[in-house]
Design a binder for this molecule. Structure first.
Ligand SMILES: [Zn+2]
Length: 204
């Protein structure tokens, strides 16, 4: 007597780190291909049908559609944020010609707060001396990921750097407008952030 049936077997296609929607933090995952195998005497003979790929969290064992891998991990987000702040700060400093110590100090503080704890004045000065990296390449995708509050948070720090040596010059203002546009902020929103920082500075 023949004993035949079907059995679903999983093949691991890839592994990596993703943001698990159930755990709420970055976790290791396995991308698995589920295939139904035809079995004879409980032994798989050939794959009969593909049930598709799915992603399994290695911690909670939750399974998700493959599209979940397209969402950035928290690690990627924080790296993007720190890089965005760094490039925005460098753009603002370059616009002020020879940046003052106060402006450079504000820039280092902003980058440290944005997630690069080891960033230093020496690192900043080395970057200022090197060829500029186009900030749009980081700020545009970052702007797409951030809500309005996050964009405002970034630009506020850029404005503080520009204002650190007194006023905001026209070249600095141009850079702030450009970076705001990269972050998908309207001209009015940028103007509002600049006004708020200047008003707070006047009160301090
Ligand atoms: Zn999980």
């Amino acid at each position: 007597m023949l004993i035949w049936g079907f059995k679903t077997l999983f093949k691991v296609l890839s592994e990596g780190v993703f943001h698990c929607p159930r755990c709420g933090v970055d976790r290791a995952y396995r991308l698995r291909l589920a295939r139904r195998w035809f079995t004879l005497f409980f032994i798989p003979v050939f794959p009969y049908r593909t049930d598709g790929n799915h992603v399994e969290c290695q911690t909670c064992k939750g399974t998700f559609y493959e599209s979940v891998l397209q969402r950035p991990t928290s690690g990627q987000l924080s790296q993007d944020l720190a890089n965005g702040m760094r490039l925005l700060a460098l753009d603002v400093l370059r616009a002020s010609g020879t940046p003052s110590t106060a402006a450079r100090t504000a820039a280092v503080k902003a980058v440290v707060e944005a997630g690069l704890p080891d960033y230093s004045m020496a690192a900043l000065d080395a970057e200022l001396a090197a060829a500029p990296v186009p900030s749009g390449s980081v700020l545009v995708p970052l702007g797409q990921q951030l809500e309005a509050q996050g964009r405002e948070w970034l630009l506020t720090r850029g404005v503080r750097i520009a204002a650190a040596d007194g006023g905001i010059g026209s070249a600095e203002r141009e850079v702030l407008d450009r970076c705001g546009a990269f972050l998908q902020m309207t001209v009015a929103h940028v103007a509002g952030v600049v006004d708020t920082v200047q008003r707070n500075a006047a009160q301090a």
